[in-house]
Ligand binder design. Structure first.
Ligand SMILES: [Fe+2]
Ligand SMILES: [Fe+2]
Length: 263
């Protein structure tokens, strides 16, 4: 149990610290060149999460759980802090106090990911290692919405002349919006909906769509890296959204395994 706590904590921090660092980079690239204070703040977050990644290197799965709990707390503070920064930028953007190339939905989206990261660390420190059926449904609602957002970002950042790809992105957006509603319905039917067959099917259906989107993102990433399509998508952003889809698939597998072990 203790070693599982350590391994899970390190895995969450490894994945999400890199994501947080990249968010700060994407935001900094989207600001106007004279918004120097916001760009500086973004750079501070890049440095902060880089330091966390370096600290991570000191730990292994055999590390002392107490030390890991302290590290989790420290990283929690960093995640909460970047969350507040993203919400501040969202406010500035919605009040038109800044003009930037970061969509408000992207700012909101990245803040939701920071909140998720912070919440995961809190739960780990509270000893919540095994997902409950309620948790499985809620995490799916969260990730399906993330996937729906990604499809929308891709559709809007591709060059408008890439009509076929824009159409495909729009179809994914529609598909995931439907899945979000479906998952929200299931959530409101709780706890009656928490039956094994219902949850199994729910995960299977979500997996099929996430695999398709993951493959689409992978193809897009290659096309962007090789400069074979027209877009304003940063190659690192293409890779970033691909990794988040892989993460969701990994989580679906973990949920499925935990349901099977309950049988
Ligand atoms: Fe992200
Ligand atoms: Fe994302």
């Amino acid at each position: 149990m203790a070693s599982q706590f350590v391994a899970r904590s390190l895995d969450e921090i490894r994945f999400w610290s890199r994501i947080m660092k990249e968010h700060a980079l994407f935001l900094s690239l989207g600001f106007n060149f004279d918004d120097t204070k916001l760009i500086q703040e973004a750079q501070q977050y890049i440095d902060l999460f880089e330091r966390i990644e370096q600290q991570l290197g000191q730990f292994t799965v055999n590390s002392d759980p107490q030390q890991i709990a302290t590290f989790n707390n420290q990283v929690y503070q960093a995640a909460a802090s970047i969350w507040a920064y993203k919400r501040k930028v969202l406010g500035l953007s919605l009040r038109c106090e800044i003009r930037s190339n970061n969509f408000p939905l992207l700012l909101d989206h990245t803040s939701r990911e920071a909140a998720y990261f912070a919440e995961r660390l809190k739960e780990l420190n509270e000893g919540k290692l095994k997902p409950t059926p309620a948790k499985i449904i809620k995490e799916n609602v969260f990730f399906l919405r993330i996937m729906a957002d990604h499809s929308k970002f891709i559709g809007h950042l591709l060059d408008p002349s890439e009509r076929k790809l824009v159409d495909q992105a729009r179809e994914f957006s529609h598909d995931f919006d439907q899945l979000v509603f479906q998952a929200t319905d299931l959530d409101s039917m709780r706890p009656q909906s928490e039956t094994q067959p219902i949850l199994d099917h729910f995960l299977d259906e979500n997996r099929v769509s996430v695999v398709a989107l993951r493959d689409f993102k992978k193809a897009a990433r290659e096309l962007i890296e090789e400069c074979r399509i027209k877009s304003i998508i940063h190659p690192l952003l293409a890779d970033h959204v691909f990794r988040e889809a892989e993460r969701f698939l990994h989580i679906i597998d973990m949920f499925e395994a935990s349901l099977t072990s309950n049988k």
